[in-house]
Design a protein around this ligand. Structure first.
Ligand SMILES: [Zn+2]
Length: 310
């Protein structure tokens, strides 16, 4: 599914898998008429109808992977399979989303983001209000590490999102990879709280999830965006190397005396800092965790704001 003006994601991919006359939808695109029409058209081309879809599996709960679920459920009831940390997100559990707002508010304060951070928290709050009714009303069943569904093995791959899973077809050596690995851009590991509101070290998790995939045998990845990947190990290794190169650049910025996450982000990303604030801060905070874990930097809190030093 390709829509114009959707930036670097290029396309939104979702997959229909046929199994004994039943169809499974893996991921569900964005909530857009063009996306819906394409699903209907694809079904028709292959002599199926919406009623033939018997289940939906989600690689993660981001909105560009769940968009058509409610439209399908409005036609007929099917179970949705997802990781347990996707459930309360899909159901838009109020208590969690409240905690999530408080989480970002405290985080941006501690990272020295000041007024820009406060503005972003306010936008997130308003967006949350507007999306309050976009909860998935339907049966959600959970999938976890080493479960099998459709004969495929479930592998937990937190990082890009805390609830991310991939599905491995061990016979065909094919991976349904969601946004864990994208060919034309490196996936981001968005900073997120756990259900209790504590920060997950998402970039460290992403790094381990990438390395974890090297232990499995596959030679093709069906991705959430862009083209199918044909040399996955090469790509994973180059992503891992890319992370270390970026980490080095951030260490050198800190070595030059730039101390807070907000200042580091502004030095590294310049104009993008305000334009793409959440993504940029996510990235920098993630790398600071990663570098700190390697004991290349340490931090101290001064007047409520973390300062990093080599
Ligand atoms: Zn995503």
């Amino acid at each position: 599914m390709i829509l114009p003006n959707r930036g670097s994601l290029k396309s939104f991919n979702f997959y229909l898998v046929e199994n004994h006359q039943n169809l499974t939808l893996i991921d569900a695109g964005i909530n857009h008429d063009a996306c819906w029409d394409l699903l209907l058209q694809t079904l028709k081309t292959h002599n199926f109808s919406l009623g033939d879809i018997s289940q939906i599996i989600l690689t993660h709960s981001h909105e560009d992977h769940i968009g058509l679920i409610q439209r399908i459920l409005d036609v007929h009831t099917v179970p949705i399979f997802a990781h347990k940390d996707a459930v309360y997100r899909l159901q838009r559990e109020e208590e969690f989303f409240q905690k999530r707002i408080e989480f970002y508010s405290q985080l941006y304060d501690e990272m020295g983001c000041g007024a820009v951070g406060k503005r972003r928290v306010e936008e997130t709050r308003k967006l949350g209000e507007a999306k309050k009714n976009e909860k998935i009303v339907g049966e959600i069943r959970t999938l976890g590490e080493d479960d099998y569904i459709l004969g495929m093995r479930v592998i937990e791959t937190p990082g890009h999102s805390p609830d991310h899973i991939v599905l491995l077809d061990e016979d065909r050596k094919v991976l349904f990879g969601g946004d864990h690995l994208i060919g034309h851009i490196s996936s981001n590991a968005l900073v997120e709280p756990d259900r209790d509101g504590n920060r997950r070290k998402t970039l460290i998790e992403y790094h381990s999830s990438l390395k974890k995939c090297l232990n499995y045998d596959f030679n093709k990845v069906y991705t959430g965006h862009g083209r199918t990947i044909h040399h996955p190990y090469e790509l994973i290794n180059s992503r891992l190397e890319g992370m270390d190169e970026k980490a080095e650049k951030i260490v050198s910025i800190i070595r030059s005396g730039v101390a807070t996450a907000s200042e580091i982000a502004q030095t590294f990303y310049r104009d993008k800092y305000e334009a793409e604030f959440s993504l940029v801060m996510s990235e920098i905070i993630g790398y600071l965790d990663y570098i700190e874990e390697k004991q290349l930097i340490y931090k101290t809190k001064k007047t409520g704001i973390w300062h990093y030093e080599v």
